[in-house]
Design a protein around this ligand. Structure first.
Ligand code: GCU
Length: 457
Protein backbone atom coordinates (compact mmCIF):
# COMPACT_ATOMS: atom_id res chain seq x y z
CA UNK A 1 0.00 0.00 0.00
CA UNK A 2 1.26 3.48 -0.83
CA UNK A 3 2.03 5.69 2.17
CA UNK A 4 -0.69 8.26 2.61
CA UNK A 5 0.52 11.80 2.64
CA UNK A 6 -1.31 14.90 3.68
CA UNK A 7 0.15 18.17 2.49
CA UNK A 8 -0.58 21.29 4.47
CA UNK A 9 -0.92 24.63 2.70
CA UNK A 10 2.38 25.69 4.25
CA UNK A 11 4.36 22.65 3.12
CA UNK A 12 2.73 22.86 -0.34
CA UNK A 13 4.05 26.40 -0.64
CA UNK A 14 7.44 25.10 0.39
CA UNK A 15 7.39 22.24 -2.15
CA UNK A 16 6.38 24.60 -4.96
CA UNK A 17 9.00 27.15 -3.97
CA UNK A 18 11.75 24.54 -3.79
CA UNK A 19 10.79 22.95 -7.11
CA UNK A 20 10.87 26.42 -8.67
CA UNK A 21 14.28 26.93 -7.12
CA UNK A 22 15.39 23.57 -8.51
CA UNK A 23 15.16 24.99 -12.02
CA UNK A 24 18.57 26.02 -13.25
CA UNK A 25 18.73 29.59 -14.46
CA UNK A 26 22.07 29.89 -16.15
CA UNK A 27 23.38 32.21 -18.81
CA UNK A 28 24.43 30.59 -22.10
CA UNK A 29 28.03 31.05 -20.98
CA UNK A 30 27.43 29.15 -17.71
CA UNK A 31 25.53 26.37 -19.46
CA UNK A 32 28.21 26.07 -22.14
CA UNK A 33 30.91 25.90 -19.45
CA UNK A 34 28.94 23.22 -17.61
CA UNK A 35 28.72 21.11 -20.78
CA UNK A 36 32.49 21.46 -21.30
CA UNK A 37 33.00 20.24 -17.73
CA UNK A 38 30.64 17.29 -18.21
CA UNK A 39 32.75 16.34 -21.24
CA UNK A 40 36.12 17.05 -19.60
CA UNK A 41 36.95 19.68 -22.22
CA UNK A 42 39.22 22.50 -21.11
CA UNK A 43 39.46 24.51 -24.32
CA UNK A 44 37.79 24.81 -27.70
CA UNK A 45 39.21 26.12 -30.96
CA UNK A 46 37.66 29.38 -32.11
CA UNK A 47 35.46 29.51 -35.18
CA UNK A 48 35.92 31.44 -38.40
CA UNK A 49 35.16 35.13 -38.71
CA UNK A 50 32.66 35.77 -41.47
CA UNK A 51 32.76 39.56 -41.42
CA UNK A 52 36.26 40.97 -41.24
CA UNK A 53 38.63 40.00 -44.09
CA UNK A 54 41.54 41.41 -42.06
CA UNK A 55 40.93 38.99 -39.18
CA UNK A 56 43.50 36.20 -38.73
CA UNK A 57 40.67 33.66 -38.56
CA UNK A 58 38.71 35.09 -41.51
CA UNK A 59 36.68 32.35 -43.24
CA UNK A 60 38.55 30.29 -45.79
CA UNK A 61 37.43 30.73 -49.39
CA UNK A 62 40.34 28.94 -51.05
CA UNK A 63 39.25 25.61 -52.57
CA UNK A 64 42.83 24.33 -52.33
CA UNK A 65 42.51 24.40 -48.52
CA UNK A 66 38.85 23.47 -48.28
CA UNK A 67 39.01 19.67 -48.08
CA UNK A 68 41.37 18.53 -45.32
CA UNK A 69 39.71 15.07 -45.24
CA UNK A 70 38.06 14.44 -48.61
CA UNK A 71 37.10 10.81 -47.88
CA UNK A 72 33.59 10.89 -46.50
CA UNK A 73 32.03 8.15 -44.35
CA UNK A 74 30.30 5.82 -46.83
CA UNK A 75 26.53 5.85 -46.33
CA UNK A 76 26.39 2.41 -47.94
CA UNK A 77 29.00 0.60 -45.83
CA UNK A 78 27.95 -0.92 -42.51
CA UNK A 79 30.09 -0.38 -39.43
CA UNK A 80 31.26 -3.99 -39.75
CA UNK A 81 32.60 -3.22 -43.22
CA UNK A 82 29.89 -5.04 -45.21
CA UNK A 83 28.39 -3.25 -48.23
CA UNK A 84 24.76 -2.20 -48.25
CA UNK A 85 23.47 -3.67 -51.50
CA UNK A 86 19.71 -3.86 -50.90
CA UNK A 87 17.01 -1.49 -49.63
CA UNK A 88 16.37 -3.96 -46.79
CA UNK A 89 19.95 -3.61 -45.56
CA UNK A 90 19.58 0.16 -45.75
CA UNK A 91 16.32 0.29 -43.80
CA UNK A 92 17.10 -2.42 -41.26
CA UNK A 93 20.82 -1.98 -40.61
CA UNK A 94 22.54 1.05 -42.07
CA UNK A 95 19.92 3.76 -41.59
CA UNK A 96 19.59 2.97 -37.84
CA UNK A 97 23.41 3.06 -37.52
CA UNK A 98 23.55 6.52 -39.10
CA UNK A 99 20.66 7.79 -36.98
CA UNK A 100 22.35 6.57 -33.81
CA UNK A 101 25.51 8.52 -34.71
CA UNK A 102 23.53 11.70 -35.46
CA UNK A 103 21.56 11.24 -32.23
CA UNK A 104 24.57 10.71 -30.00
CA UNK A 105 27.18 13.00 -31.56
CA UNK A 106 25.39 15.79 -33.43
CA UNK A 107 21.74 16.61 -32.83
CA UNK A 108 20.97 14.72 -29.62
CA UNK A 109 18.23 12.31 -28.61
CA UNK A 110 14.58 13.16 -28.22
CA UNK A 111 13.60 11.85 -24.76
CA UNK A 112 11.58 8.63 -24.68
CA UNK A 113 8.65 10.37 -22.99
CA UNK A 114 7.89 13.87 -24.19
CA UNK A 115 4.67 15.31 -22.72
CA UNK A 116 1.58 15.35 -24.91
CA UNK A 117 0.51 18.35 -26.99
CA UNK A 118 -3.14 19.45 -27.15
CA UNK A 119 -4.00 21.73 -30.05
CA UNK A 120 -6.45 24.58 -29.69
CA UNK A 121 -7.76 26.79 -32.50
CA UNK A 122 -7.77 30.29 -31.03
CA UNK A 123 -8.94 32.22 -34.10
CA UNK A 124 -10.35 31.55 -37.57
CA UNK A 125 -10.30 34.23 -40.25
CA UNK A 126 -11.10 34.56 -43.94
CA UNK A 127 -8.19 36.09 -45.83
CA UNK A 128 -6.98 36.59 -49.38
CA UNK A 129 -3.72 35.25 -50.79
CA UNK A 130 -3.64 37.57 -53.78
CA UNK A 131 -6.89 36.63 -55.53
CA UNK A 132 -7.35 33.32 -53.71
CA UNK A 133 -9.60 33.19 -50.66
CA UNK A 134 -8.12 31.18 -47.82
CA UNK A 135 -9.27 30.10 -44.40
CA UNK A 136 -6.65 30.85 -41.75
CA UNK A 137 -6.55 29.22 -38.37
CA UNK A 138 -4.36 30.43 -35.53
CA UNK A 139 -3.45 27.56 -33.23
CA UNK A 140 -1.73 27.01 -29.93
CA UNK A 141 -0.26 23.63 -29.03
CA UNK A 142 -0.39 23.38 -25.25
CA UNK A 143 2.27 21.02 -23.94
CA UNK A 144 1.19 19.09 -20.83
CA UNK A 145 3.26 20.57 -18.02
CA UNK A 146 1.40 18.99 -15.12
CA UNK A 147 4.71 17.46 -13.99
CA UNK A 148 6.46 20.85 -13.89
CA UNK A 149 3.91 23.68 -13.75
CA UNK A 150 6.64 26.32 -13.54
CA UNK A 151 7.62 25.60 -17.18
CA UNK A 152 4.92 26.56 -19.70
CA UNK A 153 5.36 25.54 -23.33
CA UNK A 154 2.85 26.72 -25.96
CA UNK A 155 3.57 26.08 -29.64
CA UNK A 156 2.42 28.84 -32.02
CA UNK A 157 1.14 27.74 -35.43
CA UNK A 158 -0.95 29.22 -38.23
CA UNK A 159 -2.54 27.22 -41.03
CA UNK A 160 -4.18 28.58 -44.19
CA UNK A 161 -5.94 26.42 -46.74
CA UNK A 162 -7.78 27.49 -49.90
CA UNK A 163 -11.41 28.23 -49.01
CA UNK A 164 -12.80 26.54 -52.15
CA UNK A 165 -10.68 23.41 -52.45
CA UNK A 166 -12.54 20.32 -53.61
CA UNK A 167 -10.80 18.16 -51.04
CA UNK A 168 -7.88 17.99 -48.64
CA UNK A 169 -4.84 19.95 -49.91
CA UNK A 170 -1.08 19.54 -49.66
CA UNK A 171 0.51 21.96 -47.18
CA UNK A 172 3.93 23.57 -46.95
CA UNK A 173 4.96 24.11 -43.32
CA UNK A 174 7.56 26.82 -42.76
CA UNK A 175 9.71 27.42 -39.70
CA UNK A 176 8.90 31.11 -39.32
CA UNK A 177 10.92 33.96 -37.95
CA UNK A 178 7.76 35.95 -37.07
CA UNK A 179 6.77 35.83 -33.43
CA UNK A 180 3.23 37.21 -33.39
CA UNK A 181 -0.02 35.84 -34.77
CA UNK A 182 -0.90 37.78 -37.90
CA UNK A 183 2.63 39.07 -38.29
CA UNK A 184 3.54 36.68 -41.08
CA UNK A 185 0.62 37.88 -43.18
CA UNK A 186 0.78 41.58 -42.56
CA UNK A 187 4.44 42.21 -43.06
CA UNK A 188 5.67 43.28 -46.45
CA UNK A 189 7.59 40.74 -48.39
CA UNK A 190 10.19 40.03 -45.70
CA UNK A 191 10.29 36.30 -46.34
CA UNK A 192 11.72 36.95 -49.78
CA UNK A 193 14.29 39.34 -48.38
CA UNK A 194 15.49 40.49 -51.77
CA UNK A 195 14.84 43.64 -53.73
CA UNK A 196 12.32 43.61 -56.51
CA UNK A 197 9.39 42.20 -54.58
CA UNK A 198 7.33 39.55 -56.35
CA UNK A 199 4.54 37.56 -54.80
CA UNK A 200 4.70 36.35 -51.24
CA UNK A 201 5.58 32.65 -50.97
CA UNK A 202 2.18 32.04 -49.42
CA UNK A 203 0.48 33.48 -52.53
CA UNK A 204 2.55 31.25 -54.79
CA UNK A 205 1.75 28.18 -52.74
CA UNK A 206 -1.98 29.04 -52.70
CA UNK A 207 -2.07 29.67 -56.44
CA UNK A 208 -0.71 26.12 -56.89
CA UNK A 209 -3.65 24.80 -54.89
CA UNK A 210 -1.63 24.09 -51.77
CA UNK A 211 -2.14 25.31 -48.23
CA UNK A 212 0.58 26.87 -46.10
CA UNK A 213 1.44 26.92 -42.43
CA UNK A 214 3.97 28.68 -40.24
CA UNK A 215 5.28 27.37 -36.94
CA UNK A 216 7.25 29.62 -34.59
CA UNK A 217 10.15 27.53 -33.28
CA UNK A 218 11.11 29.98 -30.54
CA UNK A 219 7.64 29.65 -29.02
CA UNK A 220 8.63 26.19 -27.73
CA UNK A 221 12.44 26.29 -27.63
CA UNK A 222 14.43 29.50 -27.28
CA UNK A 223 17.22 30.21 -29.74
CA UNK A 224 19.93 30.48 -27.08
CA UNK A 225 21.82 28.42 -24.52
CA UNK A 226 20.18 30.11 -21.53
CA UNK A 227 16.88 28.63 -22.72
CA UNK A 228 18.01 25.00 -22.54
CA UNK A 229 16.57 24.56 -19.04
CA UNK A 230 13.26 25.96 -20.29
CA UNK A 231 11.07 25.29 -23.31
CA UNK A 232 10.41 21.71 -24.35
CA UNK A 233 14.00 20.61 -23.63
CA UNK A 234 13.87 22.13 -20.13
CA UNK A 235 10.42 20.70 -19.46
CA UNK A 236 11.62 17.17 -20.26
CA UNK A 237 14.62 17.69 -17.95
CA UNK A 238 12.54 19.18 -15.12
CA UNK A 239 14.42 22.44 -15.46
CA UNK A 240 17.88 20.86 -15.14
CA UNK A 241 20.80 21.18 -17.59
CA UNK A 242 21.26 18.73 -20.46
CA UNK A 243 23.24 15.51 -20.51
CA UNK A 244 25.75 15.33 -23.41
CA UNK A 245 23.48 13.28 -25.67
CA UNK A 246 20.26 15.19 -24.95
CA UNK A 247 18.59 16.96 -27.84
CA UNK A 248 19.55 20.44 -28.96
CA UNK A 249 17.31 23.17 -30.35
CA UNK A 250 17.37 21.83 -33.94
CA UNK A 251 15.82 18.53 -32.89
CA UNK A 252 13.45 20.33 -30.55
CA UNK A 253 12.31 22.59 -33.37
CA UNK A 254 11.89 19.51 -35.58
CA UNK A 255 9.86 17.82 -32.83
CA UNK A 256 7.46 20.80 -32.90
CA UNK A 257 7.05 20.45 -36.68
CA UNK A 258 6.12 16.80 -36.12
CA UNK A 259 3.51 17.85 -33.57
CA UNK A 260 2.08 20.31 -36.14
CA UNK A 261 1.86 17.39 -38.56
CA UNK A 262 -0.01 15.42 -35.86
CA UNK A 263 -2.55 18.25 -35.88
CA UNK A 264 -2.74 18.29 -39.70
CA UNK A 265 -3.60 14.58 -39.57
CA UNK A 266 -6.77 15.54 -37.69
CA UNK A 267 -7.71 18.49 -39.93
CA UNK A 268 -10.04 17.59 -42.80
CA UNK A 269 -8.81 20.42 -45.05
CA UNK A 270 -5.25 19.00 -45.08
CA UNK A 271 -3.91 16.01 -47.00
CA UNK A 272 -1.48 14.97 -44.27
CA UNK A 273 0.31 12.54 -46.61
CA UNK A 274 1.41 15.57 -48.66
CA UNK A 275 2.92 17.91 -46.10
CA UNK A 276 6.27 19.51 -46.85
CA UNK A 277 8.73 21.30 -44.59
CA UNK A 278 10.66 24.47 -45.44
CA UNK A 279 13.05 26.71 -43.57
CA UNK A 280 15.90 29.13 -44.09
CA UNK A 281 19.31 29.29 -42.46
CA UNK A 282 19.12 27.95 -38.88
CA UNK A 283 15.58 26.94 -39.78
CA UNK A 284 16.93 25.37 -42.98
CA UNK A 285 19.03 23.15 -40.71
CA UNK A 286 15.88 22.43 -38.66
CA UNK A 287 13.94 21.64 -41.86
CA UNK A 288 16.58 19.12 -42.93
CA UNK A 289 16.60 17.51 -39.47
CA UNK A 290 12.78 17.35 -39.54
CA UNK A 291 12.75 15.74 -42.97
CA UNK A 292 15.51 13.28 -42.02
CA UNK A 293 13.86 12.08 -38.81
CA UNK A 294 10.11 12.17 -39.49
CA UNK A 295 9.30 10.09 -42.53
CA UNK A 296 5.73 11.37 -42.60
CA UNK A 297 6.99 14.60 -44.22
CA UNK A 298 6.50 14.13 -47.94
CA UNK A 299 8.87 16.76 -49.32
CA UNK A 300 11.64 19.06 -48.06
CA UNK A 301 12.72 22.55 -49.13
CA UNK A 302 16.02 23.19 -47.38
CA UNK A 303 17.04 26.87 -47.57
CA UNK A 304 20.62 28.07 -47.07
CA UNK A 305 21.18 25.64 -44.22
CA UNK A 306 25.00 25.73 -44.27
CA UNK A 307 27.03 24.40 -41.34
CA UNK A 308 25.06 21.91 -39.24
CA UNK A 309 22.67 21.54 -42.20
CA UNK A 310 23.37 20.43 -45.77
CA UNK A 311 27.02 21.57 -45.81
CA UNK A 312 29.75 18.98 -45.20
CA UNK A 313 31.10 19.65 -41.70
CA UNK A 314 34.47 18.32 -42.84
CA UNK A 315 34.87 21.26 -45.20
CA UNK A 316 37.09 24.15 -44.27
CA UNK A 317 35.05 26.86 -45.96
CA UNK A 318 32.86 29.65 -44.57
CA UNK A 319 31.26 28.72 -41.28
CA UNK A 320 32.94 25.89 -39.36
CA UNK A 321 32.08 23.26 -36.77
CA UNK A 322 34.07 25.48 -34.39
CA UNK A 323 31.46 28.24 -34.85
CA UNK A 324 28.69 25.83 -33.90
CA UNK A 325 30.52 24.71 -30.77
CA UNK A 326 30.83 28.30 -29.47
CA UNK A 327 28.51 29.90 -26.93
CA UNK A 328 26.28 31.53 -29.53
CA UNK A 329 25.27 28.38 -31.44
CA UNK A 330 26.07 25.24 -29.40
CA UNK A 331 22.47 25.06 -28.18
CA UNK A 332 21.40 23.98 -31.69
CA UNK A 333 23.34 20.75 -31.23
CA UNK A 334 23.81 17.94 -28.69
CA UNK A 335 26.39 18.67 -25.98
CA UNK A 336 28.58 15.87 -27.38
CA UNK A 337 29.10 17.94 -30.53
CA UNK A 338 31.38 20.26 -28.53
CA UNK A 339 34.07 17.55 -28.65
CA UNK A 340 34.59 18.18 -32.37
CA UNK A 341 35.59 21.79 -31.68
CA UNK A 342 38.41 20.44 -29.45
CA UNK A 343 39.93 18.00 -28.55
CA UNK A 344 38.53 16.16 -31.63
CA UNK A 345 38.40 17.52 -35.18
CA UNK A 346 35.49 17.79 -37.66
CA UNK A 347 37.25 15.01 -39.63
CA UNK A 348 36.58 12.72 -36.63
CA UNK A 349 32.81 13.01 -36.99
CA UNK A 350 31.37 9.51 -37.59
CA UNK A 351 28.71 11.01 -39.90
CA UNK A 352 28.40 14.06 -42.13
CA UNK A 353 25.81 16.13 -43.98
CA UNK A 354 25.55 13.80 -46.97
CA UNK A 355 24.17 11.16 -44.62
CA UNK A 356 21.61 13.55 -43.17
CA UNK A 357 20.41 14.22 -46.73
CA UNK A 358 20.46 10.45 -47.34
CA UNK A 359 18.08 9.95 -44.39
CA UNK A 360 15.51 11.96 -46.39
CA UNK A 361 15.59 9.41 -49.22
CA UNK A 362 13.52 8.30 -51.04
CA UNK A 363 11.34 11.37 -50.36
CA UNK A 364 11.85 14.36 -52.68
CA UNK A 365 14.34 16.83 -51.23
CA UNK A 366 15.21 20.24 -52.71
CA UNK A 367 18.38 22.00 -51.57
CA UNK A 368 18.32 25.76 -52.03
CA UNK A 369 20.93 28.48 -51.83
CA UNK A 370 21.56 32.04 -52.94
CA UNK A 371 24.59 32.96 -54.99
CA UNK A 372 28.01 33.12 -53.36
CA UNK A 373 29.04 36.27 -55.25
CA UNK A 374 27.57 39.11 -57.25
CA UNK A 375 25.32 42.01 -56.36
CA UNK A 376 22.93 41.22 -53.51
CA UNK A 377 24.37 37.71 -53.23
CA UNK A 378 24.28 35.52 -50.15
CA UNK A 379 28.05 35.23 -49.81
CA UNK A 380 30.33 32.33 -49.01
CA UNK A 381 29.51 31.70 -45.31
CA UNK A 382 26.94 28.97 -46.10
CA UNK A 383 29.36 27.00 -48.36
CA UNK A 384 27.21 26.32 -51.40
CA UNK A 385 29.82 24.00 -52.92
CA UNK A 386 30.21 21.98 -49.71
CA UNK A 387 26.43 21.48 -49.76
CA UNK A 388 26.43 20.48 -53.41
CA UNK A 389 29.16 17.92 -52.62
CA UNK A 390 27.01 16.56 -49.78
CA UNK A 391 24.00 16.24 -52.10
CA UNK A 392 26.14 14.39 -54.66
CA UNK A 393 27.42 12.03 -51.95
CA UNK A 394 23.84 11.33 -50.80
CA UNK A 395 23.00 10.21 -54.35
CA UNK A 396 23.86 6.49 -53.98
CA UNK A 397 21.21 6.11 -51.27
CA UNK A 398 18.50 7.68 -53.45
CA UNK A 399 19.55 5.37 -56.28
CA UNK A 400 19.57 2.29 -54.04
CA UNK A 401 15.96 3.13 -53.13
CA UNK A 402 15.00 3.37 -56.80
CA UNK A 403 15.07 7.16 -57.05
CA UNK A 404 16.98 9.66 -59.19
CA UNK A 405 19.73 11.70 -57.61
CA UNK A 406 21.14 15.01 -58.91
CA UNK A 407 22.34 13.20 -62.02
CA UNK A 408 25.67 15.04 -62.17
CA UNK A 409 28.76 15.75 -60.12
CA UNK A 410 29.29 19.14 -61.79
CA UNK A 411 27.95 22.09 -59.86
CA UNK A 412 25.62 24.05 -62.16
CA UNK A 413 25.67 27.78 -62.77
CA UNK A 414 23.59 30.05 -60.57
CA UNK A 415 19.90 30.00 -61.67
CA UNK A 416 20.37 26.65 -63.46
CA UNK A 417 18.12 24.19 -61.65
CA UNK A 418 18.83 20.48 -61.24
CA UNK A 419 15.25 19.28 -60.96
CA UNK A 420 15.13 16.13 -63.10
CA UNK A 421 15.53 13.90 -60.04
CA UNK A 422 14.06 13.29 -56.62
CA UNK A 423 17.00 15.09 -55.12
CA UNK A 424 17.02 18.64 -56.47
CA UNK A 425 19.35 21.63 -56.29
CA UNK A 426 19.16 25.29 -57.24
CA UNK A 427 21.15 28.39 -56.42
CA UNK A 428 19.25 31.59 -57.18
CA UNK A 429 21.04 34.85 -57.86
CA UNK A 430 19.64 36.59 -54.78
CA UNK A 431 20.67 36.68 -51.15
CA UNK A 432 19.96 34.83 -47.92
CA UNK A 433 16.38 33.76 -48.69
CA UNK A 434 14.41 30.93 -50.25
CA UNK A 435 12.16 33.49 -51.99
CA UNK A 436 13.38 33.31 -55.61
CA UNK A 437 13.46 29.50 -55.50
CA UNK A 438 9.78 29.02 -54.61
CA UNK A 439 8.51 28.90 -58.24
CA UNK A 440 11.15 26.30 -59.19
CA UNK A 441 10.51 24.34 -56.02
CA UNK A 442 6.76 24.22 -56.70
CA UNK A 443 7.25 23.28 -60.35
CA UNK A 444 9.38 20.33 -59.21
CA UNK A 445 7.27 19.42 -56.17
CA UNK A 446 4.00 19.40 -58.15
CA UNK A 447 5.35 16.28 -59.88
CA UNK A 448 5.08 14.44 -56.59
CA UNK A 449 2.37 16.27 -54.74
CA UNK A 450 -0.69 16.84 -56.89
CA UNK A 451 -3.17 19.23 -55.31
CA UNK A 452 -6.90 18.45 -55.49
CA UNK A 453 -8.65 20.45 -58.23
CA UNK A 454 -10.26 23.65 -57.01
CA UNK A 455 -14.01 23.55 -56.60
CA UNK A 456 -16.18 26.21 -58.21
CA UNK A 457 -16.97 28.71 -55.49
C1 GCU B 1 24.49 32.73 -38.65
C2 GCU B 1 25.00 31.35 -38.41
C3 GCU B 1 24.42 30.36 -39.39
C4 GCU B 1 22.93 30.47 -39.41
C5 GCU B 1 22.52 31.90 -39.66
C6 GCU B 1 21.03 32.16 -39.60
O1 GCU B 1 24.98 33.21 -39.85
O2 GCU B 1 26.39 31.37 -38.47
O3 GCU B 1 24.79 29.04 -39.06
O4 GCU B 1 22.38 29.61 -40.38
O5 GCU B 1 23.09 32.72 -38.67
O6 GCU B 1 20.27 31.37 -39.09
O7 GCU B 1 20.62 33.23 -40.05
Amino acid sequence: MKPHRTVSALSLTFILASSALAQTNWSAQQDHQNMMEQLGITSLRSGADGMNPQAANYQNTDEAKANPCPNLPDPLTLKDGAKVTTPELWWNRRRPEIMEDFDREMYGRVPAHVPKVTWEITRTTNEMDGTIPVLTRTLVGHVDNSGDPQITVDIQLTLSTPAHAAGPVPVMLEFGFGAFPGFARNRTNLARGFPGGGPRWQDEVSSNGWGHAVITPTSYQADNGAGLTKGIIGLCNHGHPRQPDDWGALRAWAWGASRALDYFETDKTVDAKKVGIEGLSRYGKAALVTMAYDQRFAVGFIGSSGEGGAKLSRRNWGELVENLTGQGEYHWMAGNFLKYGGPLHPCDLPVDAHELIALCAPRPTFISYGASSGQGAEGTWVDQRGSFMAAVAAGPVFRLLGKKDLGTTTMPEVNTPLIAGDLAWRQHSGGHTTGPNWPTFLQWANRYVQPAPAATP
